[in-house]
Design a protein around this ligand. Structure first.
Ligand SMILES: Nc1nc(=O)c2c([nH]1)NC[C@@H]1CN(c3ccc(C(=O)N[C@@H](CCC(=O)O)C(=O)O)cc3)C=[N+]21
Length: 303
């Protein structure tokens, strides 16, 4: 049976660190604040929102929700983003994606202030993930994958990692982050010839395709580390299932991230970490209370 790499301990460690840093910021008069923009009532947006609200409370992060109707106009959405840009008390902004088809996500990405872009929507953040230069944030889920592997001590330097899925939100950025950690990364997708062989060759298999049980026994090898990024609702089973056939992985792999309770649980924690970091960056060296803030922060990191 595969050992489970659960998300909760990883998320808790991140949230504990956020809570300490938020207290230090509070002493400097700063309340780390996230603005979330939701258009409509998509079930996975709502599930993410529920999770992040719960997590934010423990992390000491204030959340402001901006909810627009499913049929809102592009101008309505642009105005919401402009308001958040102009609001100095909002440190981070998350726009739930994908947006309804009539809305232009690229225009929103171009408008959002890069310093508030905590989930890698803007071109500046994507450039950061690609180049390593600058100060942007990676997509929370892509970073969550790397944090889970780091927490459980999975060696990445020199490891063969296969990433299945090439989305701009997970597949492509996670490949960049893993490569930066010195893995040799193979990027696979729906047109990859002999996908099963590419998957079997991997020491670490990361799957983010968005289809329930897309990866089965033929694509798995004994001893592998399997990271399942999928969150799919299974109508028959009436529960969330991953992109990997969990029974096959459980029988074959060395370790496996469960769904639910794996990477998804860490995504919200990484989001809080990004918001707190964005808030810390607004506390300039000349800002009131910054000296006390720095002292407190040094103390917090001593634990
Ligand atoms: N800009 C943007 N970035 C996203 O990352 C994003 C998004 N938009 N839109 C919606 C989807 C969905 N999503 C989830 C992440 C974690 C859980 C989560 O916490 N899942 C728990 C279970 C939650 C439950 O029990 O309901 C788990 O996997 O253990 C759920 C859903 C992020 N998304």
């Amino acid at each position: 049976m595969a050992e489970l790499l659960r998300g909760a301990p990883v998320a808790n460690a991140i949230i504990d660190s956020c809570a300490g840093r938020s207290r230090a910021l509070a002493d400097a008069g700063v309340a780390p604040t996230l603005a979330v923009v939701r258009v409509g009532e998509r079930p996975d947006d709502l599930s993410y929102e529920r999770g992040l609200l719960k997590r934010a409370e423990r992390a000491g992060v204030t959340v402001r929700r901006v909810v627009l109707a499913e049929d809102c106009s592009q101008a309505d959405l642009m105005r919401a983003v402009a308001d958040i840009n102009a609001d100095a008390s909002a440190h981070g902004c998350l726009v739930f994606r994908p947006l309804p088809a009539h809305l232009d996500e690229r225009a929103v990405a171009a408008a959002l202030a890069p310093s508030k872009d905590v989930d890698c929507l803007t071109p500046a953040s994507l450039a950061h993930v690609f180049s390593g230069a600058g100060a942007g944030f990676a997509p929370c889920t892509a970073e969550a994958v790397v944090r889970v592997l780091g927490h459980y001590g999975v060696p990445l330097a020199g490891a063969d990692v296969t990433v299945v899925g090439r989305s701009l939100v997970i597949g492509r950025p996670v490949a960049m982050l893993l490569q930066r950690a010195d893995a040799t990364v193979t990027m696979c997708h729906s047109k990859t010839a002999d996908l099963a062989r590419r998957c079997r060759e991997a020491d670490v298999l990361v799957v983010a395709v968005g289809h329930a049980r897309a990866i089965g026994a033929d694509a798995l090898r004994a001893g592998q580390v399997v990271v399942d990024v999928g969150i799919n609702w299974d109508d028959g089973a009436q529960r969330l299932v991953g992109d990997v056939d969990e029974r096959a992985a459980d029988a074959v792999a060395a370790t496996l991230t469960p769904v639910p309770g794996g990477v998804g649980a860490v995504t919200t924690a990484v989001l809080m970490d990004h918001v707190v970091t964005a808030a810390e960056r607004t506390v300039g060296p000349k800002a009131d209370g910054a000296g006390a803030y720095r002292a407190k922060r040094a103390q917090a990191s001593a634990f």
